[in-house]
Design a binder for this molecule. Structure first.
Ligand code: MG
Length: 285
């Protein structure tokens, strides 16, 4: 539905351009009145209060059979969670995290807030495994909901979407309310699922304006579901996304009141110096 918001802005612009081309003097007063009404109408589109306005329900991505992904960390990976402690994480407002650690995984403790890595990151490769509660409780967005926020702002949705339809730009594997996933390789609730996330952080200029947006690629259970898509700004539940300047920031896992579990979380930092070099191809001439 964010697309519709943009369409409304475009419509407003088109109306104003058309008015400029109306030459007849007899149209001046009505044109002024219409222009004023248009400006007021355009301003109203910026005051969005209904979260349903940014939901998109069609198309629904095709269901693809998931596969198991083996998640051994490479030697240069930073281990964020090895199944034994939350030492690398902080809770809401910097407090000690209250999530429950047992049997090699951690589980959301509803109402205690999300948790965030102590370490901050920019460009990354992230491996993270999760599962929704085995006993189905709730539906739509209220079933196995959590989220992986890159740089504490950009959400890859975590949701139990096994035979559980919801708006497709908010389903499992969506860049929440920005990009519908290419496929739905969901496993059953209670089964471990694997995200492999490749994230390129945004670059801001000296004025704090975005110079280069963030890009993200996501694989779920061995299936490519986001293919280097542009992130349009901070994840928003209501209204359109927009950027605010920031530097390196943590990985945040969401408490959305559902007892979603996580295990085997590791990350590799990607070298920005390499990223900004000219590339490896050189013209031999
Ligand atoms: Mg979520």
């Amino acid at each position: 539905m964010s697309m519709i918001i943009f369409d409304m802005d475009i419509t407003c612009d088109v109306k104003i351009i058309n008015y400029k081309h109306m030459k007849s003097i007899s149209f001046i007063l009505p044109v002024i009145l219409l222009l004023m009404a248009t400006v007021v109408n355009c301003q109203n589109t910026n005051e969005i209060t209904d979260p349903e306005l940014t939901e998109i329900w069609e198309p629904q991505p095709p269901v693809v059979e998931p596969v198991d992904v083996h998640g051994e960390p490479p030697e240069d990976a930073v281990i964020l969670f090895d199944g034994t402690s939350l030492d690398n994480w902080v809770g809401a407002d910097g407090s000690e995290p209250q999530w429950i650690v047992e049997d090699g995984h951690m589980t959301v403790n509803p109402g205690t807030g999300g948790i965030t890595t102590r370490q901050e990151f920019s460009d990354i490769q992230l491996h993270i495994e999760w599962r929704a509660p085995e006993v189905i409780d709730g539906e739509g967005q209220g079933r196995g909901n959590s989220g992986i926020f890159l740089q504490e702002r950009y959400e890859v949705q975590v949701l139990d979407n096994w035979e559980n339809p919801t708006y497709s730009n908010g389903m499992n594997g969506s860049i929440y309310k920005q990009h519908i996933p290419l496929a739905n390789p969901a496993k059953r609730p209670g089964e471990w699922q694997t995200y492999q996330i490749f994230f390129k952080s945004p670059v801001f200029d000296e004025n704090g304006d975005v110079e280069e947006p963030a890009y993200i690629t996501v694989m779920l259970n061995g299936v490519l579901i986001q293919n280097n898509v542009e992130i349009f700004g901070n994840t928003e539940y209501i209204g359109p996304p927009s950027y605010e300047e920031h530097g390196p920031a943590g990985i945040h896992l969401q408490d959305h009141s559902d007892r979603v579990s996580f295990r085997n979380i590791w990350i590799r930092e990607l070298d920005e110096e390499i990223r900004f070099k000219d590339g490896i191809w050189r013209d031999p001439q």
